[in-house]
Design a protein around this ligand. Structure first.
Ligand code: GTP
Ligand code: MG
Length: 657
């Protein structure tokens, strides 16, 4: 069993390659095409009409006695969240690069993440049939930009023509020497033996060592080919079988799995895609999810040769579709009641825990075309958020508006089209704005004592707010600490305080989420029997915002790193535009500008470049970091009734009492 992801930048040919692999494995008789909209994995109407992948999709085939679950992922950076969720369930990956376009910004982001997570990865250089396809140049780029430990697995003839072919190296002396050079960098014994006597190292030994080092992500074998003509696809298949380590999961252990995708069936029923890491899951099993939610599995299906097959059980190592888990969410870990204490976290659980890519940095207000559709819109967006939690619905009760977070304009168009096609809702978007974050500027405290005017609640709360140690808002969340004794408050009050601290900091002084922040409970008190948890829930926001106001809050805006290639004679007109958009070029040659640009301005730069450069500019950009905002502070309107102004709030409370 091998769960294999296909990853790449947009249009590299992932879906076409998936189709080819299915064909080579005998699962399909005819190779579908993205351009004709009839592939196995681009099944959504929107994917077929646009010719891009939006959702990840699973198909299955066999090579030798290994069953491979292949997960085709979207390459457009707007859909990076789909890739994110898939990473937690992979045993290996094929990273596709185009032989013409070479290594892109997105390719680098993906490889960095695959290596960090220790996911064994083969590289497939696709499109060798296209005019402008390169071999040596791409290999050099791979070594320079992705990883120095790449090793070509064969040679190419007829490059750039429909007859382009890939011939695997077999036992050739030059290949053996290349292999030794790459492999010996990690394994001294190998080099010593080789220096001793070249002929003492058999090709078999080298290939075994190559598989071992690939499995430990020390080395990345590189194949070349074409998903359109099928060149190199057999060799890639052989490489997958020989070089990627299959799942090592124990079907007799305690049940543990991770949910990475959710969709709705034809009757609106929820279907969860889960990778099982340990144990064997059966229908009618009662499962626990995170946050004490639970549910019972009513039906199971697994992927098998192009279709999915109903069954009564699914063993460790496989991916299954599960019915009946109404409350399950993406990212949940599944365990069985009886296994609760013994189920180990497993690799999936570890990988699933944190975000590997940058969070969405844009948001927009969505409004229904007709006022009467407001409730229907909210329901539809909740459905979309269930499949894509990073959409991050934000309901603004005061203004009766709902906003979603986004990665970019393409995702926005897809949300709009999905609302129309699947839910019959016509919507408009307000202008896209960037999502900023806040971080305390200094340290300050605030205190409200029970029975002391103007505190109307039966609770004492003192809090200190200070910046976290990460020094930058991406580095840390909100940490809650105690300076009072743990036993000094009933547990329910203590947890009410902690929960409310986290809730309150979703919106800081300027309305943005507060990150990299430490909140310490310095005072606490209650008066039995009149104090209830609600007293603490009401008082904490008041004290916390008071402390935050005294500490001050710095607003940070997301910045992209960009790399702009352009004809040298167009640099003159482009530079002032960059300056106007707030970009700060760091490195510059006549035909290359690199630097930072506010995420908010990337779209505008993309729009203006073709006119300024005769359409010859190539812009790469991806999220780099948050930086303190210079100039006017962007505010996000607060979406709740939380007290910002203490006096006004207390008057409000007094009036209510
Ligand atoms: N000439 C040539 N064209 C290819 C090859 N592979 C893919 N294409 C074309 O490239 C375009 C994109 O192919 P896809 O398979 O959709 O690429 P993808 O990586 O799945 O794209 P996204 O999922 O949207 O990121 C299509 O027009 C394909 O026909 C190839 O090997 N040679
Ligand atoms: Mg695709």
């Amino acid at each position: 069993m091998l769960n294999l992801g296909i990853l790449a930048h947009v249009d590299a040919g992932k879906t076409s390659l998936t189709e080819r692999l299915l064909h080579a494995a005998g699962v399909i008789d005819e190779v579908g095409s993205v351009d004709d909209g009839n592939t196995q994995t681009d099944t959504l109407a929107l994917e077929r009409s646009r010719g891009i992948t939006i959702k990840s999709a699973v198909v299955s085939f066999a090579v030798g006695d290994t069953t491979v679950n292949l997960i085709d992922t979207p390459g457009h950076p707007d859909f990076i969240a789909e890739v994110e969720r898939v990473l937690s369930v992979l045993d290996g990956a094929v990273l596709v690069v185009s032989a013409v376009e070479g290594v892109q910004a997105q390719t680098r982001v993906l490889m960095r993440t695959l290596r960090r997570l220790g996911i064994p990865t083969l590289v497939f250089v696709n499109k060798i049939d296209r005019r402008g396809a390169r071999y040596d140049g791409v290999l050099r780029e791979l070594a320079a930009k992705l990883s120095p430990s790449v090793v070509a697995m064969g040679s190419v003839s007829g490059l750039g023509t429909g007859a382009a072919a890939f011939t695997p190296f077999d036992g050739q002396a030059a290949f053996a020497e290349d292999l030794v050079n790459v492999l010996a960098a990690q394994e001294d014994a190998l080099l010593a033996a080789y220096v001793d006597d070249e002929s003492s190292i058999s090709v078999t030994r080298l290939r075994a060592e190559l598989a071992a080092q690939t499995g430990r992500t020390l080395v990345h074998p590189v194949f070349f080919g074409s998903a359109v003509t099928g060149a190199g696809v057999e060799a890639l298949m052989a490489g997958v079988r020989e070089l990627l380590p299959p799942a090592q999961n124990d079907p007799d252990g305690p049940v543990s799995g991770t949910v990475f995708k959710i969709e709705r069936g034809p009757a609106g029923e929820k279907v969860a895609y889960a990778r099982i890491f340990s144990g064997t899951l059966h229908t009618r099993d009662r499962l626990h999810f995170d946050d004490r939610r639970e549910g019972r599995v009513t039906a199971i299906s697994v992927f098998d040769g192009g279709t999915s097959v109903r069954g009564q059980e699914v063993p460790a190592g496989r991916i299954a579709r599960l019915w009946g888990l109404t409350d399950v969410r993406i990212g949940d870990r599944l365990t069985r009641q009886e296994d609760q204490d013994t189920a180990d976290a497993g690799p999936g659980a570890r990988r699933a825990s944190a975000g590997h890519f940058a969070p969405p940095t844009l948001e927009t207000v969505v409004s229904p075309g007709r006022a009467a559709d407001r409730a229907a819109l909210h329901l539809a967006l909740s459905r979309l958020a269930e499949q894509d939690p990073l959409i991050g619905l934000r309901q603004d009760d005061l203004r009766q508006e709902v906003s979603v977070s986004l990665y970019g304009e393409v995702q926005k168009e897809v949300v709009q089209a999905t609302l129309l096609d699947d839910f019959g809702l016509e919507v408009t978007f307000r202008e896209t704005t960037t999502i900023c974050v806040e971080r305390p500027t200094g340290t300050a405290t605030a205190l409200e004592v029970i029975g002391k005017d103007p505190n109307p609640f039966a609770a004492t709360v003192g809090l200190r707010v200070e910046p976290g140690g990460a020094g930058d808002p991406t580095g840390g969340g909100v940490e809650f600490r105690l300076e009072v004794e743990l036993g000094s408050l009933p547990y329910a009050f203590m947890s009410a305080i902690e929960e409310t601290v986290h809730e309150t900091l979703h919106q800081g002084l300027h309305g943005w989420e507060v990150l990299d922040c430490v909140v310490t409970l310095t005072h606490s008190g209650y008066s039995p029997p009149s104090s209830v948890a609600a007293d603490f829930r009401n008082l904490v926001p008041l004290v916390l915002m008071d402390a935050l106001r005294r500490a001050g809050s710095t607003v940070y805006a997301p910045m992209h790193r960009f790399r702009l290639e352009l004809p040298p004679d167009t640099l003159g007109p482009v530079l002032p535009v960059l300056a106007r958009l707030g970009a700060t070029p760091r490195a510059q040659r006549a035909s290359l500008v690199e630097g930072l640009i506010p995420a908010a301005k990337v779209h505008e730069l993309e729009r203006r470049l073709p006119g300024l450069t005769r359409g010859e500019a190539v812009l790469e950009s991806d999220f780099d970091r948050y930086e303190p905002v210079r100039g006017p502070i962007p505010r996000r309107p607060r979406s709740d009734h939380n007290p910002l102004d203490r006096k006004e709030y207390l008057l409000h409370v007094a009036r209510r009492v």
